[in-house]
Design a protein around this ligand. Structure first.
Ligand code: A3P
Length: 300
C-alpha cells in the first residue's frame, strides 16, 4: 500500500513533457547528464524494455541464473528492484538508479532501463555490453500499462481507460510511442550483435526454451538443477507470491488499486479493448509498423 506520508511529501503524478522528441517525466530525466556519462563495465548486462513488457520477469530470470545458487540470502532479503536497479530513476528521497548501480556489489551488474534505444548511454555500446531487450504485443502492453499507471504514483495520471488508450496511441505516455520503442530496438539489432531481442509471448509459451536461448546468448551452461530452479521460481504464481519479486515492499504503489503481478497473460487485452478500440488500434498499427520482419503475437 502506498504510504500516505509519501503521497503528501512528494509531487506525485508528474506531467509528461517532450524530451528530445519522446514523452518523459522529470523522474526519468532529472539525472540525465549523470546517466548519459554512466561508465559501464564490459560485463554489465542491460535489460531494456518498454514499460510493462516483462522487465521484472526477465530481470528475475537473469538474477536467478547468475546468483540463485551462489547467494541464497539475496533471494530472501533483497527485492528485485534493488538487485536490478532502474538506471534513469531519480525521485527525491530515493537513491537514484545510477547511484544504486554504482554501489552494486555483484558481477555481472544487471541494470534495467526503459529508455528508447537512442537514449542509452554510449558507454554500453562502446564497451560492447550484452543487452537483453524484451518486447510485448502492444495490446497487452497497453492494458498492463494502464493498470500500472493507475496504481503507481510516480507515473502521470492515466485518466480513464479511453483517455489512456488515446494517449498510448499518440505516444503521450512516459517513454513515448510503443511503436517507436520496439522498432528502434529492433533496428539496433542489425548493427549491434550483442543484443538479444525476445518476446513476452514466447516466454509465456515456453519459458524453458526461452531461458535456453538466453543462456546461449549469455554464454551460460546452467546445471539441470539450476535450470529447474529458475523455471519454477519465475512461474507467475511463484513470483506473485514472492515478496522479493512482487513489488509489495515498494512504497509508491497503491496495491488497493491493482497488483504489480496482475494477470501475466497473453490475450488479456480482449477483456479491455472495445470493438471500436480494437479497430482504431489496428488501423493505427498498420500505419506505424511497416517492418514485416518484426512480428508480434496477440494470442498464443
Ligand atoms: P500484467 O499487468 O499483464 O499482468 P514489467 O515487469 O515490465 O513492469 O511488466 C509487468 C507485467 O509482466 C505484468 O503484466 C506482470 O504480471 C507480468 N509478469 C511479471 N512476471 C511474470 C511472470 N512470471 N509470468 C508472466 N507474466 C509476468
Amino acid at each position: 500500500m502506498a504510504s500516505d506520508a509519501l503521497q503528501r511529501e512528494l509531487p506525485l503524478r508528474p506531467e509528461p513533457f517532450d524530451f528530445h522528441g519522446v514523452s518523459m517525466t522529470k523522474y526519468l530525466v532529472d539525472n540525465w547528464e549523470n546517466v548519459q556519462n554512466f561508465e559501464t563495465r564490459p560485463d554489465d548486462i542491460l535489460i531494456a524494455t518498454y514499460p510493462k513488457a516483462g522487465t521484472t520477469w526477465v530481470s528475475y530470470i537473469l538474477d536467478l541464473l547468475y546468483f540463485g545458487q551462489t547467494s541464497p540470502e539475496r533471494q530472501k532479503s533483497i527485492p528485485i528492484y534493488d538487485r536490478v536497479p532502474f538506471l534513469e530513476f531519480i525521485v527525491p528521497n530515493f537513491v537514484s538508479g545510477k547511484d544504486q548501480v554504482d554501489n552494486l556489489p555483484t558481477t555481472p551488474r544487471l541494470i534495467k532501463t526503459h529508455f528508447p534505444v537512442q537514449f542509452v548511454p554510449k558507454s554500453f555500446w562502446e564497451k560492447n555490453c550484452r543487452v537483453v531487450y524484451v518486447a510485448r504485443n502492444a495490446k497487452d502492453n497497453m492494458v498492463s500499462y494502464f493498470y500500472f499507471s493507475c496504481m503507481t504514483l510516480f507515473l502521470p495520471e492515466p485518466g480513464d481507460w479511453s483517455s489512456f488508450f488515446q494517449k498510448f496511441l499518440e505516444g503521450k505516455v512516459s517513454y513515448g510511442s510503443w511503436h517507436d520503442h520496439v522498432s528502434g530496438w529492433w533496428q539496433k539489432k542489425l548493427t549491434y550483435p550483442n543484443l538479444h531481442y525476445m518476446f513476452y509471448e514466447d516466454l509465456s509459451e515456453d519459458t524453458g526454451r526461452e531461458i535456453d536461448k538466453l543462456c546461449s546468448f549469455l554464454g551460460l551452461s546452467p546445471s539441470a538443477e539450476l535450470k529447474d530452479m529458475v523455471v519454477n521460481g519465475v512461474q507467475f504464481d511463484n513470483m506473485k507470491n514472492n515478496q522479493m519479486a512482487n513489488y509489495s515492499t515498494f512504497p509508491a504503489m497503491d496495491f488497493r488499486i491493482s497488483s504489480f503481478m496482475r494477470k501475466g497473460k497473453v490475450g488479456d487485452w480482449k477483456k479491455h479493448l472495445t470493438v471500436a478500440n480494437n479497430e482504431a488500434f489496428d488501423d493505427d498499427y498498420k500505419k506505424k509498423m511497416k517492418d514485416p520482419t518484426l512480428k508480434f503475437r496477440t494470442e498464443i
